[in-house]
Design a protein around this ligand. Structure first.
Ligand code: ZN
Length: 127
């Protein structure tokens, strides 16, 4: 791995590393490079958890007639309509079945109720 970082950033990490050195050894981190790697991994994990919870999206409404759940996307300020059909879920913004709105829809109890009603089987969760 070859990374270029700004000197002040490097210095800050180096200082933190020196301070936490003993503690890190107990966690199995024995070098500065190892420390950077584990820090990046931690950050990435946090990021993934954040993305999964998708705090930028919220349930906006539900149309029982069309089995469409409306999801407000606070990043784009648009409202996505995710429609539950027998063959699965579709998003009217992305015209796909694997966009962020669909991912979020699968976390909503209302969607599961409709899926059950229509006999749609939930997808295998990709991990
Ligand atoms: Zn979408």
């Amino acid at each position: 791995m070859n990374l270029s970082v700004a000197i002040p950033v490097y210095e800050r990490y180096k200082q933190t590393y020196q301070k936490k050195k003993e503690q890190l050894v107990r966690k199995g981190v024995t070098s500065f490079a190892g420390y950077i790697t584990s820090t990046l991994e931690e950050l990435m994990e946090k990021d993934e958890v954040f993305a999964r919870r998708a705090p930028f999206m919220q349930e906006f409404g539900f149309d029982e007639g069309t089995n469409t759940i409306y999801i407000k996307d606070n990043r784009t300020n648009r409202i996505a309509g995710v429609t539950v059909r027998e063959k699965g879920l579709t998003c009217d913004i992305d015209q796909r079945d694997d966009c962020v709105h669909i991912g979020f829809a699968y976390a909503l109890p209302q969607v599961y109720k409709v899926m059950e009603k229509l006999g749609v089987r939930p997808p295998k969760i990709k991990q």
